[in-house]
Design a protein around this ligand. Structure first.
Ligand code: GCU
Length: 367
């Protein structure tokens, strides 16, 4: 197999996107890698000794499972634009939305193996590499988006966790985008209390903790990748799923499960991950620019989040979906045992306590 050249002479006309045929070819390469069909050690072919050089453009592939209308795509696209501009096109980050490069489970492996360079993955994916990430995926951990975004910028709290996959998996966690507050949506009428979930099959992300989360709330959980949820509900294999309003509407899940019930059971988190060896290979100056622009991307994403949440609700309602306030406390009570079940080591308990205490610090009192 011919490795795709990721460092190439700088084009005269700055090229921020690969043509569609190249993306399709790349997707085929990724699929082959997923099936273990590749004989290449380094599918990406990225020569780390020459990345970021003056007379070259280094093309970086970033995998995303959202549509182009999602705030994550918008913030990443602007990030890519600014990074290219500030490095005179020595770095071009190509964003591949819509699971073009594979599901999050797959792209996590591609970043680790060096087949691609960056990805946005949900925290649930990282807990399968290091269970300590579960602490940040747990229903009771974050009070709200503001609390969450403060915590993930606090190196004293998350620094060692974010570096923990470097030696084992060649993955560095750069930072995060909020997933906002997640609730349950179903095909057959809104929920009122946990008992209404009895016998209902609800899709969850690929996470032991989230399987348990649905069980505690009274339903039956089925782990499935994001891109398969619509068809699974449409065909009646599943009765519903859980997510935020933005994903609910951008993925058009409201068409097949129009009843949104505000369980608000979890404030979820996505991570920006990057090959550690690539980050190491960047010059100090480029890394500084990258980090500055990434900080701007996180701020922009959080601002967009509120606006897009409101607009998603409007779009969902206009299309016939209903958003119902329900007995949230009953669901929260049902979830209370989860912390004891999943915080099993001293490190995990300390991390959880530090995160909760951080909310006390910012709000003056625990919310
Ligand atoms: C959100 C999140 C994604 C995640 C998805 C899911 O949309 O941003 O990263 O994959 O939920 O439920 O799978």
């Amino acid at each position: 197999m011919k490795p795709s050249a990721l460092t190439a002479p700088k084009p005269e006309v700055p090229r921020r996107r690969r043509p569609r045929w190249a993306r399709i070819a790349l997707t085929a390469t990724m699929a082959a890698a997923a099936l273990g069909l590749s004989a290449c050690a380094n599918l990406g072919g990225l020569n780390l000794e020459t990345v970021g050089q003056e007379d070259q453009t280094t093309y970086v592939k970033l995998a995303l499972n959202q549509t182009e209308a999602h705030p994550s795509y918008i913030a990443l696209d602007n990030f890519s634009e600014r990074f290219a501009e500030r490095t005179d096109d020595r770095w071009v980050i190509d964003i591949y939305p819509n699971e073009q490069l594979g599901s999050q489970q797959e792209v996590l492996q591609f970043v680790s193996s060096g087949a691609i360079e960056m990805a946005i993955v949900s925290g649930t994916q990282l807990e399968n590499l290091n269970r300590d990430f579960q602490v940040l995926n747990m229903p009771t951990t974050f009070s709200d988006v503001e609390h969450q975004m403060g915590v993930i910028r606090d190196q004293d709290i998350v620094g060692s966790l974010f570096d923990s996959l470097e030696d084992s998996n060649n993955i560095t966690v750069i930072g995060g985008f909020t997933q906002g507050s997640r609730s349950i949506y179903t095909a057959d009428g809104p929920l009122r209390v946990p008992a209404d979930l009895a016998g209902q099959k609800i899709r969850v992300q690929e996470s032991d903790m989230h399987i348990r989360m649905i069980e505690l709330m009274g339903g039956a959980a089925t782990p499935l990748s994001y891109g398969e949820v619509y068809t699974a509900i449409q065909s009646g294999v599943l009765d519903g799923a859980e997510n935020n309003e933005v994903s609910y509407v951008t993925q058009q899940h409201h068409e097949v499960a129009p009843y949104w019930s505000y369980t608000n059971h979890l404030v979820g988190l996505d991570y920006m991950i990057m090959r550690s060896d690539l980050r190491e290979a960047m010059s100090e100056e480029d890394r500084r620019i990258f980090d500055e622009e990434w900080e701007t991307a996180m701020v922009e994403h959080t601002e967009l989040w509120d606006v897009e949440t409101r607009e998603s609700i409007e779009r969902g309602e206009a299309a016939g979906a209903t958003f119902t306030e329900i007995d949230q406390e009953a669901f929260q009570e049902a979830l209370a045992p989860i912390a004891d079940e999943f915080l099993t080591t001293d490190y995990q308990r300390d991390l959880y306590d530090a995160i909760r205490a951080d909310d006390v610090d910012s709000a003056g009192e625990e919310s």
